[in-house]
Design a protein around this ligand. Structure first.
Ligand code: NAP
Length: 364
């Protein structure tokens, strides 16, 4: 018998098998029988076969306390009982409400491999929501992949980015490419979700900022992107986690139309009834404008500049360079195929948030 490593986790070795049980406050949630190799963390052994008990399917969500993670969790809870969710965060107290409903809320830090192994035990499928620590996160994601493999997770989905091409100058891309490669090398079944630029970021952050000055200023010029609703990205992630047939696939989670910021400016003008001039500036001028708005040069943990969001200057400018270079011009019907319906358009998302523009029009 091995020693329990968490209050709600027990592992017992019987011959060359291990029985792993986990629960919540003494109530048994789930039992798995596996050969010892599958749970080296409990048994220091190795194995390659897991049988799950009762047909239940535990799904791990990392970054569960974040905006994307909360939306994914809400949707998963429409499909699965809370006890089948393992929600991982460095701040478990923020998810107490879900713990009370029966979800397993566990501490896990991408900078601490042991915490990840403990957090992931018993999970069969997992969504790694990429962190925002640009430049450092490929290493964090690799730790998560290694920990998942070590405890027997059988399928990992990962939120990557559209435009994942080695020549793309956007500084967000290399981390995603390295994580995609790590997933493919891991031997575990994977699904890569290359989410394009969120339409909500355009509509709720960029557009109101530009509307306030009556100009849409950018260095992306007429570069285009298949803006995609974050809600559709979440729906795709949940479908991939809860239905079969997505193993070892890379999906371009993209909208149907390739649009530029000039198109976004025209929609902002239409929604608000106010004219907006489209102004293309140099990269340096764009960086200076963002600095004047209080945006830091590079990402710092917890960054969220009002009206700009979670991106730093180097991220925004290089992303727009990538747009200008055509690296984000991806056409795909993956979303339609996975969801069985078309993704929301940029116009749909503008309409969903029309009150932002009606308020601005009323003030003018
Ligand atoms: N396509 C786009 O336009 C676009 C735009 C922006 C972001 N994104 C992507 O959207 C996703 C997340 O966005 P979001 O809005 O949900 O961000 P968010 O609200 O800031 O959430 C970030 C999450 O990451 C977790 N996290 C960060 N560092 C961690 C660490 N060291 N260990 C464990 N967890 C850590 C945080 O958990 P705790 O702090 O609770 O531990 C939190 O749950 C990411 O995949 C990002 O790359 C895409």
């Amino acid at each position: 018998m091995t020693m329990p490593r968490l209050p709600d986790l027990r592992g017992a070795q019987i011959g060359n098998e291990v029985v792993v049980e986990w629960g919540d406050h003494g109530k048994l949630i789930k039992q798995v029988r596996a050969t010892v190799e599958r749970f080296p963390y409990l048994t220091e052994g190795r194995n390659d076969k897991v049988e799950t008990g009762g047909g239940a399917m535990s799904i791990i969500v990392t970054g569960a306390s974040g905006k994307f993670g909360r939306l994914v969790t809400d949707l998963l809870l429409r499909e699965l009982p809370p006890s089948e969710l393992i929600l991982v965060t460095r701040r478990p107290a923020t998810l107490d409400h879900l713990k009370r409903r029966g979800a397993q809320v566990r501490y896990g830090d991408f900078d601490d491999s042991q915490s990840l192994r403990e957090a992931f035990v018993g999970g069969e499928r997992m969504l790694i929501i990429s962190t925002l620590s640009v430049g450092r996160r490929a290493e964090q994601h690799r730790r998560a992949i290694d920990a998942a493999v070590a405890v027997g997770v059988s399928h990992i989905a990962y939120t990557s980015s559209g435009g994942a091409h080695p020549d793309n100058p956007a500084i967000v891309i290399p981390d995603h490419l390295r994580t995609e490669a790590a997933l493919k090398e891991s031997g575990v079944a994977y699904t890569i979700l290359r989410d394009s630029l969120y339409a909500e970021a355009v509509v709720t952050e960029i557009a109101p900022r530009m509307l306030a000055i009556g100009k849409w200023v950018c260095c992306a010029a007429d570069g285009r992107s298949p803006f995609i609703s974050k809600i559709d990205c979440v729906a795709v992630a949940v479908k991939v986690l809860t239905t079969p047939g997505h193993e070892n696939k890379t999906y371009e989670v993209a909208g149907r139309e390739l649009l530029s910021f000039r198109d976004a400016a025209a929609l902002t003008s239409e929604m608000s009834g106010q004219p907006i001039e489209f102004v293309v500036v140099s990269d340096e001028e764009e960086a200076a404008g963002l600095a004047a708005a209080g945006v830091p040069a590079t990402y710092v943990e917890g960054l969220n500049t009002p009206g700009v969001g979670t991106s730093a200057i180097d991220d925004i400018v290089s992303y727009e360079q990538g747009m200008r270079g055509g690296y984000f011009e991806v056409s795909s019907d993956d979303v339609q195929h996975i969801l069985g319906r078309p993704p929301r358009s940029l116009r749909d998302v503008f309409i969903e948030h029309r009150e932002i523009f009606q308020r601005a029009a009323a003030k003018a």
